[in-house]
Ligand binder design. Structure first.
Ligand code: GDP
Ligand code: IMO
Ligand code: MG
Length: 420
């Protein structure tokens, strides 16, 4: 049986997971999305075209059977728009399958996401896509799964949900939801989505038993994990390796290579602690050079240096067998590059052990090692062709985390990649 390759974000998201999944999918039969929803935005660039995928696995571009797993929360309207965009671009969606166990996002989830943010003193800066409330409903067993959405149970389940949610919205002085209008709209979506909905768990395992190659696309990243991230400034799912198993029905023995994706610098969108954040001109420079504006919300991303303390933690939790480092071309455009190799606390103690406690993190100061920049890595596809300054930077990262950087991104295009 072939082993499953997994791609996971190692920091706060937007490391370039879409690009590597697109690459790994070229020889895969199945491509799976496992967690999150349309809070994700995965960019794929090829032949002068750029696609931002929010729900459909990036493997769709290589013709792999593309599965939205049971761990994903699906906004049907966004999904249908995405299907439409692909079809208009001449990309077939006949290979798309949606798990019958994936949960559906409804308008009250999105509104509640906004309301919860309004009520909080510690704003999270969510994407307002209804992700947290949809997962809350899943855990509270109020959620509506795809299998219910496309069945004749849907009307009753939606009615119950809207009646109970309306009580909450009314308490907060908000407009109640109109059941009939939502039912009418969403019944239409269910009809369109029904042909794609199947049991994916047995399907995936049969495919593996028949020698098929499977790749998994993680969404978000380690430090946004509901358990292992910088809680409460996280998303509402397990974005680390466990989420891959829970979000697909794969078992631990199925897992092969685990690719942790990083950028040669770092970024975060939304609130929460970020030890290596640069609030100065260099931060602005990285944002402009790296085009660091959200794929999903268009928000400017917070930018900073690569943090090896956090990366070591992400390696431990996920068991990365390989690292994928994108944007080497971008850091090469800076005069000097800094790499965080330790955290100094208020008392002056230095540690290389990450903690996710925001109260502790806010007082940590990064300890940096400095490297020469001003090198040109753009569009290079052979490691040997990289300037020595770039190689020194890569080696320092590998020496620290003891994991090989097997893929190096040297531009946004599918072709801009060094495979070692
Ligand atoms: P994801 O959410 O992890 O898939 O990442 P996003 O798509 O949100 O953000 C990554 C951004 O970096 C996208 O705009 C990509 O096109 C771009 N990108 C990925 N790899 C590279 C690279 O090696 N160099 C450059 N310059 N851009 C890259
Ligand atoms: P990809 O897959 C970057 C962040 C939001 C916010 C927090 C919670 O493209 O890397 P949510 O809407 O999930 O409740 O928001 O998580 N966030 C992401 N940041 N990339 C993502 O996905 C993200 N998905 C969620 O900005 O801080
Ligand atoms: Mg993204």
């Amino acid at each position: 049986m072939k082993k499953v390759d997994v791609v996971l974000g190692a920091f706060f998201g937007d490391e370039g997971k879409g690009k590597i999944i697109d690459y790994l999918s070229t020889n895969a039969d199945l491509s799976l999305r496992c967690a999150g929803g349309n809070n994700a935005g995965h960019t794929i660039t090829f032949d002068g075209k750029k696609f931002a995928m929010h729900l459909i696995p990036s493997g769709i571009f290589s013709g792999a059977v593309s599965i939205i797993g049971n761990g994903v929360v699906v906004d049907p309207k966004v999904l249908l728009e995405e299907i439409d965009t692909l079809q208009k671009a001449g990309i077939s969606t006949k290979n798309l399958i949606i798990s019958d166990k994936a949960h559906v996002i409804f308008p009250y989830h999105k509104e509640y996401d906004v309301l919860e943010e309004e009520m909080r003193s510690n704003k999270i800066g969510t994407t307002k896509r209804g992700i947290g409330p949809a997962y809350s409903d899943k855990m509270a067993r109020f959620g509506i799964r795809m299998e219910d959405f496309i069945s004749n149970k849907f009307k009753e389940l939606l009615k119950q949900n809207i009646e109970s949610k309306n009580k909450i919205f009314e308490l907060y002085g908000k407009e109640p939801f109109d059941f009939e209008a939502i039912y009418k709209e969403y019944k239409g979506y269910a009809k369109k989505i029904k042909p794609y909905v199947k049991d994916t768990i047995n399907y995936i395992h049969s495919a593996l038993e028949n020698g098929k190659k499977v790749v998994c696309e993680g969404a978000q990243a380690a430090l946004l994990d509901i358990d292992f991230g910088t809680y409460p400034y996280v998303t509402s799912s397990n974005t680390t390796i466990g989420g891959i198993l829970n979000g697909t029905g794969l078992n631990a023995s199925n897992i092969g290579r685990v690719y942790g994706v990083i950028k040669a610098y770092s970024s975060r969108v939304g609130e929460g602690p970020y030890v290596t954040e640069l609030l100065d001109k260099t931060g602005d420079q990285i944002r402009e050079l790296g085009h660091e504006y959200g794929t999903t919300t268009k928000r400017p991303r917070r930018c900073g240096w690569l943090d090896l303390v956090a990366l070591k933690y992400a390696v431990r939790i996920n068991g990365f067998t390989d690292i994928v480092m994108n944007h080497l071309d971008t850091v090469g455009k800076l005069d000097k590059i800094k790499l965080c190799v330790g955290y100094k606390d208020k008392a002056g103690n230095i540690t290389s052990e990450y903690t996710t406690n925001p109260d502790i993190l806010k007082d940590m100061k990064p300890v940096y090692k400095e490297f020469k920049g001003n090198f040109n890595a753009e569009h290079i596809t052979k490691y040997a062709r990289l300037p020595k300054e770039a190689k020194q930077y890569i080696k320092a990262i590998e020496d620290f985390i003891k994991v090989k950087i097997s893929f190096i991104g040297t531009g946004a295009d599918r072709e801009d990649m060094i495979v070692r």
